[in-house]
Design a protein around this ligand. Structure first.
Ligand code: NAD
Ligand code: IPM
Ligand code: MN
Length: 368
């Protein structure tokens, strides 16, 4: 039997730093669990632009289409902010999502008990939190036409278009309902049906899918602005949140702070099932390239490590091994191992990115 294939795209800034720790964990699974992956590596984002003048070459795109899963670090950085929009690092990531048709972006926000005092919210509000944001990822205002900056009279106008088809809403709604059935059986859908037609259609379609296909799942609706407020007020009221591309981007960054740090949040971007029954998939931390700390060995690799755990669960049918890796992270946090972003008090000494990797590997060893 051939080994499952993984394409690693470390990207820019702290992307390669956190990915180095994931590579060690992949190595651990090979050595200690006999789980071998065919790993290839390539460039994306600014790194690809520097080498090839484009944030994603056709050859890399082709590779991504043909592996069992892609792992991505992060893209972007101030050096590239002046580039034309068509070659910005972020466009490489957007092309991967679009061409692989990764419409369902799962962004779980879990508060590990050891970090409950670290959130900017009170312990009561976040302790035990376990919610899943399902963000639509291949449509909406990120991709709608027309778009651009045009001249109108003597001034310029910036244009982006929010656009959703019924089938785009249906498929992401199904992903959310399916997930809910395996969790707390509740879906809250967020849009702005009070001001946007796309929101009216979103609410209608999600309601129809809920009533006809998932009558056993409790469905509620919220305007996205109120949803943002409720996420901060009492996040434990939620189980699965389903929302569009832009609202999902904002709400998931907000949810990150419930868990303590953006450096903690993993994600899985899933498409339709392939011939082998598994979805096309890309796994990446929710955070970006963190230019402010890049090159200083300060980055927290946990979001990227937990993204690999999601790959074990959703692409490789290794739920028990995903549990093992998540438990290792929990142990390390309970033992007080902290990267700088998780420091609570002056005078505490943080571990480096690889120091956190060492601790997770030691906890994995101890789990055997
Ligand atoms: P960011 O997520 O890179 O950083 C925001 C803040 O969080 C920074 O203070 C950073 O130091 C901190 N942070 C993020 N990840 C961390 C980690 N693992 N450990 C410790 N601290 C961490 O967001 P930004 O600064 O708004 O964006 C920087 C660049 O990253 C931009 O070019 C943006 O477009 C890009 N970006 C890329 C992705 C992605 O690749 N998926 C996601 C978001 C932003
Ligand atoms: C994310 C990022 C991306 C997005 C950017 C880098 C294209 O913020 O993955 O959350 O806006 O989707
Ligand atoms: Mn984002």
């Amino acid at each position: 039997m051939t080994n499952p294939s993984l394409l690693i795209l470390p990207g820019d800034g702290i992307g390669p730093e956190v990915m180095a720790e994931v590579r060690r964990i992949i190595g651990w699974y090979g050595e200690k669990r006999g789980m071998h992956f065919d790993v290839s590596e390539d460039l994306v984002g600014g790194a690809a632009y520097d080498a090839h003048g484009t944030p994603l070459t056709d050859a890399t795109m082709e590779k991504a289409q043909n592996v069992d899963a892609v792992l991505l670090g992060a893209v972007g950085g101030p050096k590239y902010d002046v580039l034309d929009f068509s070659v910005k690092p972020e466009r490489g990531l957007l092309r991967l999502r679009k061409e692989m048709d990764l419409f369902a972006n799962l962004r779980p926000a879990q508060c590990f008990d050891a970090l409950a005092d670290f959130s900017s919210l009170k312990r009561d509000v976040v302790a035990g939190l376990d919610i899943m944001i399902v963000r639509e990822l291949t449509s909406g205002i990120y991709f709608g036409e027309p778009r651009g900056i045009i001249q109108e009279g003597n001034e310029r106008v910036g244009i982006n278009t929010q656009r959703y088809t019924e089938s785009e809403i249906e498929r992401v709604a199904r992903s959310a309902f399916e997930l809910a059935r395996r969790r707390g059986n509740k879906v809250c859908s967020m849009e702005k049906a009070n001001v946007m037609e796309s929101g009216v259609l979103w609410r209608e379609v999600v309601t129809k899918i809920g009533e006809t296909e998932y009558p056993d799942v409790e469905l509620s609706h919220m305007y996205a602005d109120a949803g943002a407020m409720q996420l901060c007020r009492w996040p434990k009221q939620f189980d699965v949140i389903v929302t569009d591309n832009l609202f999902g981007d904002l709400l998931s960054d907000a949810a990150a702070m419930l868990t303590g740090s953006l450096g903690m949040l993993p994600s899985a971007s899933l498409g339709a099932p392939m011939a082998n029954g598994r979805p096309k998939a890309l796994y990446e931390p929710v955070h970006g390239s963190a230019p402010d700390i890049a090159g200083q060995a300060k980055a927290n690799p946990i979001a990227c490590i937990l993204s690999f755990a999601m790959a074990l669960r959703y692409s490789f049918d290794q739920g028990a091994e995903a549990d093992r890796l998540e438990a290792a992270v929990e142990t390390v946090l309970a033992d007080g191992v902290r990267t700088a972003d998780l420091m609570q008090n002056e005078g505490e000494t943080p571990v480096s990115t690889s120091g956190m990797g060492d601790a997770v590997l030691a906890a994995l060893d101890a789990s055997l």
